[in-house]
Design a binder for this molecule. Structure first.
Ligand SMILES: Nc1ncnc2c1ncn2[C@@H]1O[C@H](COP(=O)(O)OP(=O)(O)O)[C@@H](O)[C@H]1O
Ligand SMILES: [Mg+2]
Length: 147
């Protein structure tokens, strides 16, 4: 599925729709790919909103690699931007969050050494100042259109 968004708000709406689909599942992993500024964190703000997490609570990577929210199911925002090597990632213990029955959303997911089989993959590409391309893999189009 390929979508063009024309503003950060439109990207958040796509995220909210993904989040609402995830709510029907018990656990889920969403892997995000795309350069700095592609809109990964913006999309996650929308996903998080579906779980009742206010947008302002979702931040960009500083020193925090895993931000945990005590929602039901628990929500984990994982940002691997500051992690250099796969080995370091395995040392962080993030496999306790991914595939744990919670919702794990992972920025810079290309740095993971492996992925759960049913992971949803979202690639984001810069188009121009206000537009981004969002390519979603792993959500069935029928579920998408029924939302
Ligand atoms: N259509 C759009 N979708 C998402 N972000 C956009 C869009 N247009 C402009 N932007 C801007 O691009 C930046 C995206 O930043 P962010 O979501 O932190 O990206 P990333 O997490 O991929 O580094 C924000 O400053 C946002 O306002
Ligand atoms: Mg980000």
């Amino acid at each position: 599925m390929k979508i063009i968004t024309r503003s950060p708000g439109e990207t958040e709406e796509i995220g909210l729709k993904i989040g609402n689909i995830l709510k029907a599942q018990r656990g889920a992993t969403v892997c995000l790919y795309g350069d700095l500024g592609a809109g990964k964190t913006t999309l996650i703000r929308g996903i998080a909103l579906a779980f009742g997490i206010p947008e302002r609570d979702i931040g960009s990577a500083s020193f925090v690699i895993v931000a945990e929210y005590e929602t039901t199911p628990p929500f984990y925002h994982i940002d691997l931007y500051r992690v250099e090597r796969e080995n370091d990632i395995d040392d962080l213990g993030i496999w306790e969050y991914i595939g744990s029955g919670g919702i794990a959303v992972v920025e810079w997911a290309e740095r993971l050494s492996e992925l759960p089989e049913d992971a949803i993959k979202v690639r984001m590409n810069y188009v121009d100042e206000n537009s981004r391309e969002v390519i979603i893999e792993g959500i069935n189009e029928k579920d998408w259109h029924n939302m």
